[in-house]
Design a protein around this ligand. Structure first.
Ligand code: MN
Ligand code: MN
Length: 476
């Protein structure tokens, strides 16, 4: 409709009302092509990064190739850093911090994008291997919030590390190559599931029922009691040199074996495992790798253990970020002091890059649609998370939300606001609160996901690319 045909009311409505917009309808063909291209790189990075260890290792490879130097080397030689220098620190192989040094002093604050690189999965127990009914199994303990039934009858791969008795680590990945075997957790046939089907979904599959099928070939020796188990131990010993006790010092994770796929006739979506929160972590990492010398030092923080409360020395509650910033200050400014670190923290800004729940029309009733997030509607700004009266939420200030809103609007970033489900329906936390506790201005800012925490999470390609651009704008 042309301007002059619009009524006064229409013009007024246009000027005053807030409208959600579908990004696909507002960007040009070239932008869409770039989004599809970006997601090809995204899919292949995630196919190779199914655990926090793999994501951290691949982060290090990308960073070193892009000219980043290791913090421990720089600190050991007291190498002075100047604007444009690139630094990375991989923490215990499971979390990472990277920075591009800016023109202004680090003690005047930095811009941080923080995401987590762990994802829900099934961890092997410490003594996992057993035989029952002439089949061998692994006992598991699930990690993070899962709906247990989703993990039955799908092909699973095993990823992780075993530290042998002499201290040498052995890395294991089985189930990703076409000729690899996969593993699986069985389910009851419907014919015999009358009782199971009457149970609540939360009780139909028990934690101790998540046992992974491994083999069925007996070792040919009648003097041996557990012949199938021995076959498995024999295979593992020949291939990796490990014995059963080595499982006690191992971290082995069962993850979905399938690769990332495009979803939909139009290929507008991406489906695969671990997108919470690697769908934010990858664009955040790429944004940092792709910027030139920023005004304020740009930082990318990739944490572990978010799905179990950000605990431990690789989680967001650790001193990882503070220690990194302290080192950066010491390598860029004279006379390091604790006050400089505190000044840096209180003047820093952070986007806590984590996912949000996209409205799923199959489950309408849990969303409050005026304040929910939508697939394809751009990056999500979530002012507060938590649940039951904003409990456990750091709640970003109006001033900081305003700052980010203006930044995005001024730079053509399409964004939406979002709250995780209806009030009192549930909720969830992110790493935002731990950054806020340090004095950092922080807001959750990530991507909408369908089927979150399932073995096959779905996201929109246009949201992924928009987020990459949003993170770049924030770091520049
Ligand atoms: Mn998350
Ligand atoms: Mn999560």
């Amino acid at each position: 409709m042309s301007e002059e045909k619009k009524t006064e009311g229409q013009k007024l409505e246009e000027r005053l009302s807030y409208k959600r917009q579908n990004v696909w309808e507002r960007v040009d063909e070239e932008y869409i092509k770039k989004a599809f291209d970006f997601c090809e790189e995204y899919k292949s990075f995630l196919n190779a990064s199914k655990t926090e260890r793999e994501f951290a290792a691949n982060t290090e490879k990308l960073a070193i190739a892009a000219g980043f130097r290791k913090l421990e080397d720089l600190a050991a030689s007291n190498t002075r850093l100047k604007p444009g220098d690139k630094v990375c620190f991989i923490n215990r192989k499971k979390s990472a911090v990277l920075a591009v040094i800016g023109k202004r002093p680090v003690s005047e604050g930095v811009n941080i994008i923080g995401a987590h690189i762990d994802a829900p999965r099934l961890d092997l127990k410490q003594n996992p291997l057993y035989e029952d009914t002439e089949m061998a199994f692994f006992k598991t303990h699930y990690y993070g919030g899962i709906k247990k039934y989703q993990w039955l009858t799908i092909p699973l791969a095993i990823h992780g590390v075993v530290v042998k008795g002499d201290g040498t680590p052995v890395e294991i990945v089985i189930g990703e190559n076409e000729d690899d075997p996969v593993f699986s957790i069985t389910d009851l046939l419907p014919h015999l599931a009358r009782e199971q089907m009457q149970k609540k979904m939360s009780e139909a599959v028990s934690g101790e029922g998540l046992n992974v099928l491994l083999g069925s070939l007996p070792f040919r020796d009648d003097k041996v009691k557990e012949k199938v188990k021995l076959t498995i131990l024999d295979i593992l010993n020949k291939r990796y040199g490990i014995v059963e006790e080595d499982f006690q010092s191992a971290e082995l994770e069962m993850v979905p074996a399938q690769k990332f796929r495009d979803v939909g006739f139009d290929k507008s979506m991406v489906g695969g495992y671990g997108q919470d929160d690697r769908v934010c972590a990858y664009p955040a990492l790429r944004a940092l790798l792709d910027i030139d010398t920023p005004d304020r030092t740009a930082v990318c923080l990739l944490t572990d253990k978010e799905e179990i409360g950000s605990m431990g020395n690789t989680g967001a509650q650790s001193n990882l970020l503070q220690d990194f910033l302290a080192n950066i200050i010491a390598l860029t400014e004279d006379n390091y002091s604790d006050l400089k670190l505190r000044s840096c923290l209180s003047k820093s800004r952070m986007l806590s890059a984590d996912v949000n729940a996209a409205v799923d029309p199959n489950y309408d009733s849990v969303y409050e649609k005026r304040n929910a997030t939508y697939l394809g509607h751009g990056i999500v700004l979530q002012k507060y998370g938590g649940s039951r009266g904003k409990y456990d939420s750091s709640d970003a200030s109006a001033e900081f939300v305003g700052e980010i809103r203006k930044l995005f609007n001024d730079n053509g970033i399409m964004w939406q606001t979002g709250e995780l489900g209806k009030v009192d329906e549930g909720g969830g936390g992110t790493i935002a609160q731990y950054a806020a506790n340090l004095g950092i201005d922080v807001i959750d800012c990530g991507i909408a996901v369908l089927s979150m925490h399932s073995p096959f999470e779905i996201t929109s390609k246009i949201d992924i690319y928009m987020s990459y651009n949003a993170y770049k704008v924030f770091l520049k």
